[in-house]
Write a new protein. Structure first.
Length: 233
């Protein structure tokens, strides 16, 4: 028996040329939804590119890991720098106000670098949607950017594209934002490397809240690229 895929938003059948098995992504031509294809049709938890989605009857939870391997390098730099600063401080006891000011600046730099790298290794961002609220927080290392909104304040979710520079090269990164009824735009999830992941999250949250997807000025173009085989000669 043939297996058919239907849209998770409107239940319309998905044409074969709108499915990319290699990237596990499908596009609905009826409602415009973009979603990932999983072996299980209705899992309660899904994991995509360091992002976990937990869907329950009364709430939807998104958890994203911050972890990136280069954070280990920053952590080692912070520890090494702290050792250098401590060594100079011991050698220059009573070095005067200028030396003390220089040491304070270096200690602050080491502390900030250590704290940031520790957060990058351990932290997660959790977005909880349900019971009339959207709540975002970072844990376990305290970090700025907490957010609490009433879902009645939300008009749309949308994705924007930016650039992240690493080792002298620019890489595309994507951001999930919320557009409020007041016209204010608020970032929800930053620096995600996969466009498909961001579009999938946008679709899942809007579907859970019953929000009809509409274009927002400045959002990333959502056109689905068809991949067709060349005609045989």
């Amino acid at each position: 028996m043939a297996s058919f895929i239907s849209c998770k938003s409107c239940s319309a059948p998905i044409p074969g040329d709108q499915i990319e098995p290699a990237r596990r992504i499908a596009h609905c031509t009826a409602c415009g939804a973009v979603f990932l294809i999983h072996a299980e049709h209705s899992p309660s938890a899904k994991s995509v590119a360091n992002v976990e989605i937990h869907l329950k009857e009364d709430h939807l939870k998104v958890v994203r890991r911050w972890y990136r391997p280069h954070m280990w390098l920053y952590l080692m730099m912070a520890i090494s720098w702290s050792g250098v600063v401590a060594g100079f401080q011991l050698m220059q006891l009573g070095g005067g106000r200028l030396w003390t000011a220089v040491m304070v600046v270096n200690v602050l730099f080491a502390v900030i670098l250590f704290y940031g790298s520790l957060a990058g290794l351990l932290n997660r961002t959790r977005i909880l949607v349900g019971r009339g609220r959207l709540i975002k927080r970072h844990f376990p290392v305290p970090w700025h950017g907490k957010l609490k909104l009433g879902t009645d304040q939300i008009d749309q979710f949308f994705c924007t594209e930016g650039r992240e520079f690493r080792q002298g090269r620019a890489y595309p990164v994507y951001q999930l934002n919320v557009f409020l009824n007041s016209g204010v735009r608020v970032p929800i999830l930053r620096n995600v490397s996969s466009l498909e992941t961001i579009l999938f999250l946008e679709n899942q949250i809007e579907q859970f809240l019953g929000i009809e997807d509409r274009p927002v000025d400045g959002e990333t173009f959502k056109k689905f690229q068809k991949h067709t085989k060349p005609a045989e000669s």
